[in-house]
Design a protein around this ligand. Structure first.
Ligand SMILES: [Zn+2]
Length: 137
């Protein structure tokens, strides 16, 4: 149930920011979810809305907006940068499915499109990030 833990950290961060900004009500919270983040969005959103109910400052109903952030990978050998979405087209359904559930699997199936090296890292599009918050004072 790590969706609940992630939701809790997002709600806490939103509340902290709102307190600093002296907001009375939080009206909008934008959360970016990395393409390679293993998460059930429906459960995550449900958890956010549930946790939002008992907060101070108040968080408006349906304040949360989830956006998918494209994942970027960078080759450690040649420095080439590419998008996971480009690579995904070359993977079969089973492969992209397993990557969705265990992002680390990407390292088994992927090679640098430029030099063929299996040594690369995910630079963007992992994790869950609170990107913006709006509210009224
Ligand atoms: Zn390379």
């Amino acid at each position: 149930m790590h969706e609940w833990a992630l939701a809790e950290s997002i709600v806490m961060a939103a509340v902290e920011t709102a307190q600093k900004e002296k907001l009375k009500t939080i009206t909008e919270v934008t959360v970016h979810i990395g393409e390679l983040q293993q998460i059930e969005k429906e459960i995550f959103l449900f958890a956010l809305n549930e946790l939002a109910k008992s907060q101070k400052p108040k968080i408006k109903n349906d304040a949360f907006h989830l956006k998918t952030e494209k994942s970027t990978l960078v080759c450690k050998t040649c420095g080439h940068c590419w998008k996971y979405s480009d690579m995904k087209k070359k993977l079969n359904e089973t492969e992209s499915e397993s990557i969705h559930f265990i992002p680390e699997v990407v390292f088994v199936h992927a090679r640098c499109p430029s030099c063929g090296s299996p040594d690369f890292e995910i630079t963007k599009g992992r994790g869950v990030t609170l990107t913006s918050i709006k509210g009224v004072r």
